[in-house]
Design a protein around this ligand. Structure first.
Ligand code: BG6
Length: 475
């Protein structure tokens, strides 16, 4: 279904994210007819350039990041793209930009720029009369560095836009499988009665990456895995697992429930954290070489044991881990059910609890481990077998790995904030993360070195072992 005609003003249009994700995402929505012919993308950047030159930029970006595009469709898509040079820090270009926008279509401003520019751009949009009561503003992470800076950003944006106009992107929420989590929990009656401390032993959330921090060394060394991944993506995943059923699938109903989860998170004890830095290996530099700072105490890996202190989750630990340069690119959530309380079968020993695994990437799908009788007339033996559902197989070719940005940008145009973070949600997550980081800054501990291509440092394994549990294997 096509969305309404729109003018999307893209700040930072020559930047990496715009070229790699946002413009290819829009192209794909155009190809399937969701972005209507009357829609326009007004790209802006500091450099002076004409439409044709910018379109050439997009063409070469597409070659690199979306080689499957069809030349004819790309030609028509590019006709929808214009370029206006605008100085985000000064007054140049704003009047021209104002003149290029249509009054009667949905208007969205996508700030694909560093957070230091958010408030200035929001202010200028307001001062030059570009922001209408219905226009939307989209911002990308990092949304703050800590609670104070996130609050300042929120306040800055709210001087020119209302909360219902502000779309804070966490691209994990746009991932198909992440949305499927909500379908799994709330469109099936099977799981919800079991979804609590009575039946669930613990939850493991893993976002393992093979990439390092190439090209983002300065940003990353100021952030580390806690700020870069946990404060946003992993907390969001945890919320979707732990939240109460919202009364409806509507922006505030969903986000209210997520905020309650974040507010219920217990402070993390220092002993419940394992941090790591990947070490040099076979001629390949390690983290400290990459950031060019032998004294850096920033973590490229983190594992945490987290408690959601409420009635539903009392006593159920959530183990979170994420890191760079690990064995495989693999993200999953494993909900580990309690062991059966009693074994009726002779000689089989202890029965293990079922595990529901939601695979986020790659090979998106859901697996439920079950125990069955080993076939055959021999003795009564048991075997572990998985009920396995791969989205690609179940849903066919249409399940083309749609990039999160395709979905999210269309939701902005539709005016649906369900998959975007509300200001209080972001602040609540920082309020939980801040004391942990402060503890590291005040202390002397260094992250432990770990091998590239491993599952992280030994301490991460210990975090589970001492509780008599094991991480699922990565890769
Ligand atoms: C980004 C982080 O938000 O998410 C990156 O800044 C990380 O460090 C990326 O690599 C992971 O996203 P995805 O979609 O590849 O899992």
């Amino acid at each position: 279904i096509p969305v309404d005609p729109f003018d999307l003003v893209l700040f930072g249009a020559t930047g990496d994210l715009a070229q790699r994700k946002i413009l290819p995402g829009l192209y794909h929505r155009f190809e399937v007819g969701q972005m209507p012919e009357e829609a326009r993308i007004v790209a802006t950047g500091r450099r002076e350039m004409d439409d044709a030159t910018f379109r050439d930029h997009v063409r070469s970006a597409m070659k690199e990041f979306a080689p499957e595009v069809k030349a004819e469709v790309l030609g028509r898509f590019l006709e929808r793209v214009e370029y206006v040079a605008v100085d985000a820090r000064g007054d140049y270009g704003w009047c021209r930009l104002a003149g290029s926008l249509r009054p009667d279509v949905v208007r969205a401003f996508y700030l694909s720029v560093g957070p230091s520019l958010f408030q200035g751009i929001a202010q200028r949009l307001h001062d030059h009369g570009l922001a209408t009561p219905d226009s939307r503003i989209v911002v990308e992470k990092p949304f703050g560095h800590d609670l104070a800076s996130a609050r300042a950003l929120n306040e800055g944006l709210r001087t020119s836009f209302e909360e219902h106009q502000i779309y804070r992107i966490d691209h994990y929420l746009g991932k198909e499988t992440v949305q499927n989590l909500m379908a799994l929990r709330f469109a099936n009656s099977l799981f919800e009665p079991l979804w609590n401390a009575t039946h669930i032993d613990h939850v493991q959330i893993t976002v393992a990456e093979t990439v390092g921090i190439e090209g983002r060394e300065a940003y990353y060394d100021q952030s580390g895995a806690m700020r870069d991944m946990v404060q946003n993506h992993l907390v969001q995943l945890l919320c979707l697992i732990a939240m109460e059923p919202p009364s409806k699938f509507a922006p505030n109903a969903v986000r209210d429930e997520k905020v309650k989860v974040i507010e219920a998170l217990d402070p993390v004890e220092p002993g419940d954290i394992a941090r790591g830095q990947y070490r040099p290996e076979r001629g390949d530099d390690g983290y400290l070489d990459h950031v060019g700072n032998p004294d850096s105490r920033t973590e490229s890996f983190i594992a945490l044991k987290v408690r959601v202190a409420n009635w539903r989750w009392a006593g159920v630990p959530f183990y979170l881990r994420t890191g760079k340069r690990l064995r495989a690119r693999e993200s999953e959530i494993a909900v580990v059910f309690r062991d059966p309380p009693h074994t009726i079968f002779p000689n089989v020993g202890h029965l293990r609890g079922n595990i529901l695994v939601i695979r986020l990437q790659p090979d998106e799908g859901i697996t439920l481990s079950t125990t069955i009788k080993d076939p055959g007339p021999g003795g009564f033996r048991l075997a572990d077998v998985s009920l396995d559902m791969s989205f690609a197989e179940a849903l066919g070719a249409d399940a083309r790995a749609q990039d999160a940005y395709e979905r999210l940008v269309m939701d902005v145009i539709r005016g649906d904030q369900t998959l975007f973070m509300r200001g209080d949600e972001v602040e609540a997550a920082w309020a939980w993360v801040d004391p942990v980081i402060k503890g590291w800054e005040d202390g002397r501990d260094r992250p432990s070195p770990y091998d590239q291509g491993s599952s992280g440092p030994e301490e991460a394994l210990m975090l589970m072992h001492r509780d008599g549990r094991r991480w699922r294997q990565i890769g």
